[in-house]
Design a protein around this ligand. Sequence first.
Ligand code: NFS
Length: 629
Amino acid sequence: MDKKLMTIDLSSRVLLDKAEKDGVETIYDRKLSMKAQCGFGLQGVCCRNCAMGPCRISAKTPRGLCGADEHTIVGRNFARMCAGGTAAHSDHARDIAHTMVLTSRDGNYKIREEEKLIALANEWGVEIENRDIYDIAHEVANVALMEFGKPFGVSIFLKNAPEKRQKIWRDLGIEPRAIDREIATVMHSTHVGCAADIDSLINLSLRTSMADGWQGSMIGTRFSDILFGTPMPVETEANLGVLEENQVNIILHGHEPSLSEMIVLASQDSELLALAKEMGAEGINVSGMCCTGNEITMRHGIKVAGDFHQQELAVITGAVEAMIVDVQCIFPALAKVADCYHTKFITTSQKAKITGSTFMEFKEENAYEDALKIVKEAVLNYKNRNRANVLIPEFKSKATVGYSVDAIINQLDKVVNSQIDETGTVKPLVDCLKSGAIRGIVGVVGCSNARVPSNNSHITVMKELIKNDILVVSTGCAAQAAAKNGLMDKEEGKKMAGKGLATVCKLVDIPPVLHMGSCVDCSRILDVASALANYTGLDICDLPIAGSAPEWMSEKAVAIGTYIVSSGIDTYLGIMPPVGGSSKAVEILCGGLKEQVGASFTVNENPEELAKIIINDIEEKRKHFEKVY
Ligand code: NFS
């Protein structure tokens, strides 16, 4: 297979040629040499949960040594994926909550959104009268930290959901209690000799994933906004063409804004800028990758260098002085690629040390100093760049990003006659849905997966949806694919949208695909869905909305998909999860759940077909919506 057909991204294609010339291996080479993948693993019927195994289920061996059948094994593996994803998102949130504990008037981290903090304090019953804002912040952080291990009660956020939804969760027993507890329960229940009932294993998977969406991720997003600012529309550019020929290029890759915010700040330090000049550079150019890229582009318009599949290619440009990472979605392969160029691959977190990288620990307690040291390392490295071996592809696209829920409501207010109607609500959006100008809203989210050509499914699905007047909201690497392909450019994007959606985009002044942030910010999508449901008095499952992850790959994505479905939003996957070995698991996830939570999964690996199914289902949902509202 021609390697260049494994991605539709033009920058990536240029750099794959360069990689070949430079003799550097990338994910695409590894994918080609991997050839056939393990069928048992793909089907989810391999159990490694005890050392009598691994046991693999086949027609000849229908049970593992303990007697576990394919349903039990698939169910256990699925539950563990949900727990892994929930752990990653929530541990990120925990770090942000700890960062809030460190805030002070003269410290590294400050409260940027006092109003948002006060609102949360009120929601949580934290005393605000006659108190210093930082005292309030610390107490609010403590309440959030208790969500990880509180011994009694359920997630503090559930009450924001429509009441009908809350009742469904209560009746099914999937209200998440404490985040760590749900993860521990799944690890316990999937230990040898515990749960061996597919219904119960899926029920546990739902509850754990709910601890991600309706607990951990909500803390992550709310606290990041309070600490670093609520995103508002801002212009940016996306793709590897954002690297600068004559500047120190720093790429921030990973997830937590506590590091990336400090690096952005440090890169503006006057002494470091002077040092960059001394090294012969015109300045310091910071850009982002993966979800850290999303966090900083949403809040500051920092340019997006690329997505998950472009991390090695960024180094292969030969123009990157430092790739600075914290946690999650970082290829260990970066160490070897960086070795072939002058790039410093700098790991910063004890949670994600990588052999062959330069480890420079970033501690929130010492944040700015640590960030200065790291940026200095990059600046000093500029002189080592081999100018003869630099290739920065020219491709980049304009994008408007920064659509937090607050930002969306602000935009909607533009069409409200404030003398007659209330501002600050989702009413205009409901009116658009009701009139049919917008047929529905779909969250297209998630990763890039080398099982399909990079970005192709994302772009195919999104283009099809907007052409059919469906507004798309996006997070994660899907959002980066959209940004790179002009779908978040207000002018270019509108041309690709159907008439109804294009008109709305013009009136409200938005692109047809809205960047809502990182994967943790899928919690913003839950907030929009709840706001629409609460405004209309309907349950979330009654609205013409859907979720889709056309190229998902991570455990985090499994947890997201599962909490989105649990929230009553049908979810459409472009990659089959490893559950195919259990007919019962497939039946429940892709059917039975509908009766329980009002939504289920649909899988189709052909993106054109996937888009068609979503559009048809949205139209079906509209029939019901038009009747009940
Ligand atoms: Ni989400 Fe972000 Fe990208 Fe996938 Fe990775 S960066 S948390 S997991 S690959 S979208």
